[in-house]
Design a protein around this ligand. Structure first.
Ligand code: ZN
Length: 497
């Protein structure tokens, strides 16, 4: 503990700026150690009586040690919890830095051989093979990593730097890389706009969990892509297919690639059937769903024509901006050009044609209409109209309200924030949706939950971390040109059905 010189603060500043501590400690950990050390010194100094201070300074007596008090088991547990979290954080940042260094190295050398005269492909391959034989890895694998690294460093420099400095994890970087592929390929979006979106994603990645980053990225990117979701969806829909993969042990996988809405509906229908299985049926939901689907496939009738989604009786929530339904050929051009995807279960963007078909359909779809200027739900429409409170809360929450959780609201249950048994009321300000795992987090662990005004759920961990879970707008939010188009009055019309 006496190793701290007067340069402790300067050393920590250097680590914060990117220097690697030989013991692998992060700046926050070093700061905590320094604070502990200083606190201990001042406590030990306070034990020295005034008349002995001269002896101490002259080195004739030692600084007394603090009396050892046995640590209470709860305090010891909290200290160990805290240490674990800080260590995880430090190691994650450290591995992000090392990964960043490797990425920068690979990108630099790909760039070096790309700039050589001649064909770049064989040159990169030659270099990758040299590294691969040394590492006993496959040439294709190393080459893939090198080109990925080069792509990230050249096309996502802000994300690369954030990961390299440990501000975002490698998992966050990977999501940014995946989700921006279409954007980076879109030649009609200029570089400045691409840079702005990437900056926004990095900023988001510094604040939210990976699942929320993925959902946020989808919306953010859809707004700037020049090819509307409808066109992309139509092209992607043309590639729908069913494939079989052998899986060994006498098993195989049947993979259906199709429109998200129908696939979710189909899965939900299987789940609903599983919920109704007999009490003595020992099958798990997974097993029941698999059996039911096979039964349908093998014994059901294949229709002569495509019926669309109308025969589906599954229960899927879809968020539709109110203006979405106003689109029609007679609409003014300004409104017609706007692209507002509907959102399935708060996650998957749904193209306009499907959204309108669903909106016009009968009662089994939960249709949630959002205010186009704020994205906040304005009204819900469901087959259980008497449950006004439930509908409002579902609209407000849209997903599980657990820390970092993004499970859709249909995988959750309503929870009294303050338990009913402890005097909590059944009111909007005391209810929130939690998935089973987060319900357990609240009831079976030392995490605490309270609800603040505005539907903010405040989670407090045993070691004092505070996570304020705020609800995102449920629908896309108007920007730029949109408010003017709306002021024309078109959106003030009642929803047309
Ligand atoms: Zn959850």
């Amino acid at each position: 503990m006496d190793t701290w010189g007067i340069d402790g603060e300067a050393y920590i500043a250097a680590v914060r700026a990117g220097a690697i501590d030989p013991h692998g400690y992060s700046a926050a950990e070093l700061q905590a150690q320094l604070d502990d050390c200083e606190r201990e010194w001042s406590e030990r100094l306070a034990l020295v009586p005034d008349e002995q201070l001269d002896d101490l300074i002259a080195g004739r007596i030692e600084l007394p040690t603090l009396p050892e008090e046995p640590e209470h088991p709860n305090a010891a547990r909290l200290r160990a919890d805290e240490q674990f979290v800080r260590r995880m954080q430090a190691l994650e940042a450290q591995s992000a830095r090392i990964e960043g260094e490797r990425r920068a190295l690979m990108a630099e050398h790909v760039q070096r051989v790309v700039e050589l005269p001649g064909d770049a492909g064989p040159a990169v391959k030659e270099l990758a093979t040299m590294a691969a034989v040394e590492l006993r890895l496959t040439q294709g694998g190393v080459m893939g990593r090198m080109t990925d690294a080069w792509n990230i460093v050249t096309e996502l420099p802000a994300a690369h730097e954030a990961a390299e400095s440990g501000r975002i994890t490698i998992a966050h970087l990977r999501i940014i890389e995946q989700q921006t592929r279409a954007l980076r390929l879109d030649a009609r979006v200029d570089d400045e706009e691409k840079g702005r979106v990437i900056d926004e994603l990095v900023e988001l990645a510094e604040r939210v969990s990976t699942s929320r980053l993925r959902a946020g990225a989808k919306q953010l990117i859809d707004e700037v892509l020049t090819e509307p979701l409808q066109q992309r969806h139509d092209a992607a829909r043309a590639k729908r297919r069913v494939e079989v993969f052998d899986a060994g042990d006498g098993m195989a996988d049947l993979v259906l690639h199709g429109p998200a809405l129908e696939i979710h509906a189909a899965h939900d229908r299987l789940t609903q059937a599983a919920r109704k299985k007999a009490k003595d049926d020992p099958r798990t939901y997974d097993q029941f769903r698999a059996d039911a689907l096979l039964e349908l496939m093998l014994a059901g009738l294949i229709p002569d024509d495509h019926h669309g989604v109308s025969p589906i009786t599954a229960h899927v929530a879809i968020t539709i901006p109110a203006t979405e339904l106003l689109h029609g050929d007679h609409q003014e051009p300004a409104l017609h050009d706007l692209r507002f995807p509907a959102v399935l279960d708060g996650k998957v963007l749904v193209d306009r044609d499907t959204a309108r078909r669903i909106a016009g359909d009968t009662a089994t779809w939960e249709r949630l209409f959002t205010d186009p200027t704020t994205g906040v739900p304005v009204t819900a429409d469901t087959y259980r109209p008497l449950e006004a409170q439930r509908r409002w809360l579902r609209a407000r929450d849209g997903r599980c309200r657990g820390p970092g959780c993004a499970k859709p609201v249909y995988r959750t249950d309503l929870d009294h924030t303050t338990d009913f048994a402890k005097g909590g009321t059944t009111s909007i300000g005391n209810l929130g949706h939690l998935c089973r795992a987060d319900h357990g987090l609240k009831h079976d662990t030392r995490w605490r939950l309270e609800q603040l005004p505005g539907g903010v759920l405040r989670w407090t961990s045993p070691i004092g971390q505070v996570i304020d879970d705020r609800v995102e707008p449920a629908g896309p939010v108007f920007k730029d040109v949109a408010p003017r188009a709306l002021d024309s009055g078109a959106s003030r019309e009642p929803i047309p059905f």
